[in-house]
Design a protein around this ligand. Structure first.
Ligand SMILES: CC/C=C\C=C\CC(=O)SCCNC(=O)CCNC(=O)[C@H](O)C(C)(C)COP(=O)(O)OP(=O)(O)OC[C@H]1O[C@@H](n2cnc3c(N)ncnc32)[C@H](O)[C@@H]1OP(=O)(O)O
Length: 295
């Protein structure tokens, strides 16, 4: 099935709407606004998209489904309502973490270890998903929100956006990705430490200057429109090439140049034999848009 067939074949369109049943969630709203593009909205606006028990579970389920969804090649993540997210749901966190008061320290620790890993897996599922994910942040992005966007590929925000590594204010060291991923995004260790130790708000202009976001928009509507356009542009490219790029960029972040060169050589000894290469080169020569099979 090709991109063109996707746009014109009504039976395929019907199949797509059936596919969306895999994306029925309590805390997320998932739509397919363009061919091969999914829009995931954090969808508890009345609670400022705070992250409750259902959210942590559903985010993994959502990105595991996206990873194997051949009709998705790029994703936009945004927040419904007033802000992107207010971070962990403080009410549900208190009850989830409490556990059995009769447990001894080792049993409490073992339970908390499993819980932290479960929370970590939610955001890691974004990074493990081979489809590029664009975070579109408006207004507040607090605590767990910074962990979430740090696992995304591309970050945009609105002029009114602000970011806060809030964890120290609630008495914990951030443990679901910010301290591990953010220093590698921002490239300013001193700034990351200042933000993590003080929990001060960082406004959009500073987020742009330090490289946390690559574009700032005047409002949410223009940001989401542009994010979806960029996602559609990504989706028009060879999925073999785009997904291979993501996997190798993530690998390279955590390995030496030498190891990463060996990794991509092994990767491409297979992927260079893809039909996509021939199609892309032919399309470039003939000046026609290439049409790639689903992946
Ligand atoms: C293993 C650990 C894993 C992850 C750890 C992550 C750490 C963090 O995320 S730390 C950050 C925690 N978040 C906060 O401290 C933010 C708390 N909220 C606020 O400061 C404010 O609500 C606000 C975000 C600035 C928004 O203010 P405003 O627009 O005035 O709305 P409110 O009236 O305050 O809230 C509306 C409604 O939402 C509820 N709510 C908002 N945030 C949370 C939250 N984080 N947890 C639970 N509930 C939240 C608020 O209680 C209101 O509910 P009502 O029922 O309408 O009263």
């Amino acid at each position: 099935m090709t991109t063109r067939a996707m746009t014109t074949d009504p039976s395929t369109q019907a199949a797509n709407s059936t596919d969306m049943e895999n994306y029925t969630f309590e805390t997320l709203k998932v739509t397919r606004p363009k061919d091969f593009v999914l829009h995931v909205e954090l969808n508890r606006p009345e609670k400022r998209n705070s992250m409750n028990e259902a959210f942590w579970r559903e985010l993994v389920e959502c990105f595991q489904a996206i990873s194997v969804d051949k009709d998705c090649r790029a994703v936009v993540v945004s927040g419904a309502g007033k802000m992107f997210t207010s971070g962990i749901d403080l009410m549900s966190a208190a009850s989830i973490m409490a556990g059995d008061p009769e447990d001894d320290v080792s049993r409490k620790a073992t339970r908390l270890h499993g819980l932290i890993q479960h929370f970590q897996e939610s955001f890691t599922s974004i990074e493990k998903c081979p489809k590029p994910v664009i975070a579109a942040v408006h207004n507040a992005c607090i605590g767990g929100g910074v962990d979430l966007i740090s696992a995304c590929d591309i970050r945009y925000c609105t002029q009114d956006a602000w970011f806060q590594i809030k964890e120290v204010d609630i008495g914990l060291a951030a443990d679901v990705g910010t301290l591990q991923r953010l220093p590698k995004i921002v490239g300013n260790d001193s700034l990351v430490r200042e933000l993590a130790y003080t929990a001060r708000k960082m406004m959009s202009d500073e987020a742009w200057q330090c490289g946390l976001v690559s574009r700032i928009f005047p409002d949410k509507e223009s940001m989401v429109t542009s994010a979806l356009d960029v996602a559609a542009l990504i989706a028009s490219k060879s999925p073999v090439a785009v997904q291979g790029s993501k996997v190798n960029l993530v690998y390279s972040r955590d390995h030496s140049v030498d190891e990463s060169l060996r990794y991509i050589a092994a990767w491409n000894q297979c992927m260079l034999q893809s039909d996509d290469l021939v199609k892309a080169v032919t399309a470039a020569i003939e000046k026609t848009p290439p049409v790639f099979s689903k992946l």
